[in-house]
Design a protein around this ligand. Sequence first.
Ligand code: ISL
Ligand code: CA
Length: 558
Amino acid sequence: MESKWWKEGVVYQIYPRSFYDSNSDGIGDLRGIIRKIDYLKELGIDIIWLCPIYKSPNDDNGYDISDYYGIMDEFGTLDDWQELVEKLHAKEMRIIMDLVVNHTSDEHAWFAESRLSKSNPYRDYYIWRKPVNGKEPNNWKSFFQGSAWQYDKKTDEYYLHLFSKKQPDLNWENSNVRNEVYKMMTWWLDKGIDGFRMDVVNMLSKDMSFPDAEIIPGEKYSFGGMHHSNRERNHEYLREMNEQVLSKYDIMTVGECGFTSIKQGIMYTSPERKELDMIFQFELVDMDSGGKNRFELAGWDLVEFKKITEKWQKGLHGNGWNSLFLTNHDQPRAVSRYCNDSEFRVESAKLLMTYLMTLQGTPFIYQGEEIGMTNVSFDAIEDYNDIDSINYYKMQIEEGHMPGEVMHHIHMRGRDNARTPMQWDNSLNAGFSIAEPWLKINPNYTEINVQNDLEAENSIYKYTKSLISLRKENETLIYGKYISYDLANPYVFIYERFLGRERFLILLNFSEKNIDFYFPSELDADSFVSITSNYRKSIIENNFLHLEPYQAEIFLKN
Ligand code: ISL
Ligand code: CA
């Protein structure tokens, strides 16, 4: 397997609005990130992924871009950005930028032109269709609730928006659109960035005949995934992008690819196909969502979690490359979702970090994960900012659901769980800003904050730091093969990473039970020695170990 810097590095995702506010307006900004470079370097971070910082009316917090070449005023200037990049590079860190080109803002100059008339040269930059029987052209659903089509009176047509109606989808069939995107990517790459995280990059190609999607009985609209995800033409676009832009630089790319099978995953990431370096696949984080939408709560279970992990670990080995993540700015906090965020919060967060740092792939830490930040439960919908949660609330109330029930879904699944400001210390506003923050702080900041973790002996931060360095010192943890044992065990996850004669054994008790655990006999477990633990290093005797709640342990074969 070819070694690459982006296989060996650890990525830290920054949601700039919530990271650190340097000028006291309540909004995180670029100079705020500059001030925290040392904090990230100290943790062992190699690469930063910056969520969108481009000009945007912020209907979807920067994922609705009105100018790809400009910086959002609240975040600073191009000079601030340049300084950030230089300072990162001076510390031998790299930076990847969010690339959002499935759609623009409706306030982008192209769309302003496009909607003016059917003969406007920019008309075909977007996807316009006539009404069908006085209604939307088909039954596709927006990811943010309701129809994916918005009627525009001026020309009596609908435009497609897979996300909010302020995020019209670009028409990738149009080569002018593609060339504009490649030009823009080249502009940023020439400014020295080290790659892109590509937003919903598996949805660029749509079935241009726009057939109705199969519908869940009782529903009005349907997601219609196969009509706009992972289409053959999407791969063609990526290969063209690679040829025209990506292949000319030593960079990394990670494509956000929801609803993607392992077969598609190989197609996107296999080096011979020259598309992307890695993708985010959502099988793990979608496991506990119901069929209708992401807010519908379904069960989560470890056996399924293990199967998905195994499928991707084995499936991409030698064929492509995995990304590893348990949360991001769209997901609940991992510790609240998969483990225990109260009594065993510290043990749980360390367990999840152990998982993240011991698999094959590039690990992504989301801001605050290194100190075990948790979900939040604000009482009122007015305290929420996320368009997805707010639209969901409105629709559910209209459909007659009780506010308490709807709020519960938002508490469990809402994207603002991940977006509350970073908790730096226990001073006013968690040290994030001296002004009132754009989104309320999680009230648990007095206990959960960076300062506490930097001071405490056995903190999550320190554990994370030691795992990152363990990973970097051991090629086996990066490139080694994966094999798992006891797949049917509903509480304990146990797997090995091996390369040549070196063998690491990872043991994770994903439950709050005390467990008398017997290792599979073929392992010869007594010959393994503990090198890391979130309790105290254990000794395996007669293939047996007593496990504490959420115990995580890494062993090395003697
Ligand atoms: O979250 C999902 C699967 O779990 C999908 O709904 C989908 O991958 C996601 O909504 C797409 O997210 C990305 O594009 C959106 C933006 O709001 C998100 O913040 C971004 O990560 C539109 O640009
Ligand atoms: Ca600010």
